[in-house]
Design a protein around this ligand. Structure first.
Ligand SMILES: Cc1ncc(C[n+]2csc(CCOP(=O)(O)OP(=O)(O)O)c2C)c(N)n1
Length: 532
C-alpha cells in the first residue's frame, strides 16, 4: 500500500508541480523526509518570500505552484503574499503543517487551532482533510481548484502524522490521474451579438487587461485591434499584474488612469468600450465622477464571474478570454473605420542631476534584451517604466495587482526559475525591497540570475504624491535616508554595484544581464513621481 506521502508526491508529478517553495518547521519535516531527487525544494527564508516566489513561478510557468509553510505563524507571515496571489489570479497551492491529529484537540504547541479560518477570505478554498488517507484527494482538489478560473490560491492544513498513513492504491490512482480542463467557451449567440455591436459602433475602443496574457490570447488581441481598427488602452496599472497588449503597437494609446472620474473622461468619445481580461476597473485612489460618459456603453469579457458581477456599469460575458477572442474574430469583418491616431512613442527626458527615474528606465531600455522580462515594484516610477520601455512581447511583465509590497523581489526569483532562458530584470524601489529582502538569499543559493535594479530616492515617493492628492500634510514616516540596498544584498551574496550617471547605469545593467549570477545595480535618483 502506498503511503500518503508517496501518493501525494506522485500527484505533484502528475500535475507537473515538481518545484516546491517552502520554509520548513518541525510540523513539515515528515512531508520532506527523503525528499525525492526528481523534485526541487526551493527554500525561502520567510513565508512572504515563499509565497511570492511561488506566485511568480505559477504566473510565469502557467501552472499551479506549491508553497509549503510552517503551521499558524508561517501562514500568518504569508498573508500579504497570499493577498497578492489572489489579486494576481495566480494558482498557488498553499500547504501548511499542522500538529499531529492526536494532539490537535488538546491544543499542543504548534497547533494551528483554527487552521481553515486563518487564510480566509483570501483563498478560494481552505481545508483540513477529515482523515489522513484523504490527503492526496484533498491535494488534487486544491490543485484543480487553484488552476480553474478565476485562478487563485487555495489552502490545505496537513497534520504532520498524516504522511505515514497508507492509502488505497486504486483510490490514489484515480486522484492522481484526473485531468480537469477549465477553459469554458462563451455562448456563440452572445459572441455574435457582441461582434455585431462592435462592428456597428462608430468609435469603439479596446481596454486590454492582464488575463489576455495569462490566457495566451496576446496575438488574438492584436488581431482584433487591427481588424477592427481599435485604439487600445491598457487597463489601469493598479490592477495590471500583466500586460494585455504590445505597448509599442501603433494602436496603443497608453495606460488608463486608475480613478473613477479620470477613467470616464479618458474613454469619453467612444460609443463602445470593450474591456478584455480585466476587472471594471481596479480603481484607486477615489476621484469621483461619472463612471462613463452618457454616450458610452461598455462590455467586458472575463473568465471571473465575480469580476463580471461586481462591475458598476456595462455588460459582461463570462468565458475564457482566449476562446472568446478567437470566436469573436471569426464573426468580425475587416472594419473600414479610419486607423487610430498613431502611437507617439516614449517622451524625451531632459538630462537631470541626480538622475530622474525616467532616465534610468531609458538607460534600461537601451540594453533590455528582446526576450527580457520585467518584474516591477518601484511605485513612483511604474508609469515611467511602462512609458519608456514599451514592453511588447507576451509574458514579459509582472506586477502586483494587489499592491502589497514584497511581491516584486520574491516573484522575480520565481519568474526567473520558471523562465530560465529569458533574462529577468527586477526593478525595485529601495523601500519596496525591504518587504521580501531575504529573497536575495534564495536567488544566490539557487543561482537564479535575476538583474536587480534598485532606485534609491531616499523616500516613500509615491506616498508623498498620495499625500498631495489626499490633501494630507505633515505625515511622518515618508523619508528613507541612507537605506543602502546594495550593501544589504551583498550581505546575502549578491554581486552589487552603484551607478550614478546614465552611461554607468546602462553599462552596469549590460554587465549584469550578461552574468549567470544574481546581480544588483543601485542608482541614486531624484525624489518625486516620474510619469513619463
Ligand atoms: C505590504 C505593504 N505595506 C505598505 C504599503 C504602502 N506603500 C505603498 S508604496 C510605499 C512606498 C514604497 O517605497 P519605495 O519602494 O521606496 O518606492 P517609491 O514610492 O519611492 O517609488 C508604501 C510603504 C504597501 N503597498 N504594501
Amino acid at each position: 500500500m502506498p503511503t500518503v506521502r508517496e501518493a501525494s508526491f506522485d500527484l505533484f508529478r502528475a500535475h507537473g508541480m515538481t518545484t516546491m517553495f517552502g520554509n520548513p518547521g518541525s510540523t513539515e519535516l515528515p512531508m520532506l523526509a527523503d525528499f525525492p531527487s526528481d523534485l526541487r525544494y526551493v527554500l525561502g527564508l520567510q513565508e512572504a518570500v515563499v509565497v511570492g516566489m511561488a506566485d511568480g513561478f505559477a504566473q510565469a510557468s502557467g501552472r499551479t505552484a506549491i508553497a509549503n509553510l510552517h503551521t499558524a505563524p508561517g501562514v500568518g507571515n504569508a498573508m500579504g503574499a497570499i493577498f497578492n496571489a489572489q489579486a494576481n489570479h495566480s494558482p498557488v497551492l498553499v500547504t501548511a503543517g499542522q500538529q499531529a491529529r492526536a494532539q490537535i484537540t488538546l491544543q499542543a504547541n504548534l497547533t494551528n487551532r483554527d487552521a481553515i479560518r486563518m487564510p480566509h477570505p483570501l483563498v478560494k478554498w481552505s481545508y483540513e482533510p477529515a482523515r489522513a488517507e484523504d490527503v492526496p484527494l484533498a491535494l488534487a482538489h486544491g490543485a484543480h481548484l487553484a488552476s480553474l478560473p478565476p485562478r487563485g490560491p487555495v489552502f490545505l492544513s496537513l497534520p504532520m502524522d498524516d504522511w505515514y498513513a497508507e492509502v488505497d492504491p486504486a483510490d490514489a490512482a484515480h486522484a492522481i490521474e484526473r485531468k480537469v480542463d477549465g477553459r469554458a467557451a462563451a455562448d456563440p449567440a452572445a459572441v455574435r451579438v457582441l461582434a455585431d455591436r462592435l462592428d456597428a459602433a462608430a468609435s469603439p475602443v479596446l481596454v486590454a487587461g492582464p488575463d489576455i496574457d495569462a490566457s495566451g490570447a496576446w496575438d488574438l488581441a492584436i488581431a482584433l485591434a487591427e481588424r477592427q481598427r481599435l485604439p487600445v488602452w491598457a487597463s489601469p496599472a493598479t490592477g495590471g499584474n500583466r500586460l494585455g497588449f504590445p505597448e509599442n503597437h501603433p494602436n496603443f494609446r497608453g495606460v488608463l488612469p486608475p480613478a473613477i472620474g479620470p477613467v470616464g473622461q479618458t474613454l469619453e468619445g467612444h460609443d463602445l468600450i470593450l474591456v478584455v481580461g480585466s476587472s471594471v476597473f481596479p480603481y484607486y485612489p477615489h476621484i469621483p465622477g461619472p463612471l462613463l460618459h452618457e454616450d458610452s456603453k461598455l462590455v467586458a469579457i472575463t473568465s471571473d464571474p465575480d469580476e463580471a458581477a461586481r462591475a458598476p456599469m456595462g455588460d459582461a460575458l463570462v468565458a475564457d478570454v482566449k476562446l472568446t477572442l478567437a470566436a469573436l474574430l471569426e464573426d468580425l469583418p475587416e472594419s473600414t473605420r479610419p486607423a487610430p491616431e498613431p502611437n507617439p512613442g516614449p517622451q524625451e527626458i531632459p538630462p537631470s542631476e541626480p538622475l530622474n527615474s525616467s532616465t534610468v528606465h531609458t538607460a534600461l531600455g537601451e540594453v533590455f534584451p528582446e526576450d527580457g522580462i520585467v518584474v516591477l515594484e518601484s511605485p513612483a516610477s511604474t508609469l515611467a517604466l511602462r512609458n519608456q520601455l514599451r514592453i511588447s512581447r507576451p509574458g514579459s511583465y509582472y506586477f502586483s495587482a494587489g499592491g502589497g509590497l514584497g511581491f516584486g523581489l520574491a516573484a522575480s526569483v520565481g519568474v526567473q526559475m520558471a523562465q530560465p532562458d529569458r533574462p529577468v530584470v527586477c526593478v525595485l524601489g529601495e523601500g519596496s525591497a525591504q518587504y521580501a529582502i531575504s529573497a536575495f538569499w534564495s536567488a544566490v543559493a539557487y543561482k537564479v540570475p535575476v538583474t536587480f535594479l534598485v532606485l534609491q530616492n531616499q523616500e516613500y515617493g509615491i506616498l508623498k504624491w498620495f499625500a498631495a492628492v489626499e490633501q494630507v500634510s505633515g505625515a511622518p514616516g515618508l523619508d528613507l535616508p541612507k537605506l543602502d540596498v546594495a550593501a544589504v544584498a551583498a550581505g546575502y551574496g549578491v554581486n552589487a554595484t552603484r551607478a550614478n550617471d546614465r552611461e554607468e547605469v546602462s553599462g552596469a545593467l549590460a554587465k549584469a544581464l550578461a552574468s549567470s549570477q544574481p546581480e544588483l545595480v543601485e542608482v541614486p535618483v531624484a525624489a518625486g513621481m516620474s510619469l513619463f
